[in-house]
Design a protein. Sequence first.
Length: 107
Amino acid sequence: MAVTIDLSGVMNRLSQDAIRRGRYAVANQALSDMNQFVPMDEGTLRMTATIDIDGGGINYNTPYANSLFYMYKHNYTTPGTGPRWDLKAKSAFMSDWIRAFTEGMNR
């Protein structure tokens, strides 16, 4: 007696292409969710954010993005914003990010 297990469906769901789609979907969702926590004066920092083509990272493309991300500064002009906006969004939206990843993989 032989048992044959067909794992082709599992392998398709876990393929590199599926993972790339999932990463890109979660990066889009994370960028959208983080925007409300990104400091805003004129909106340039929020508008210059880009996502890596493979979904592996979100980049804020201004000369001052690094200092605003890591250093605490007093008197942020927009309430609720400040450094490490990724951690603020992560605590509020992680379940949405997990859902975005799994739905992105299944597209």
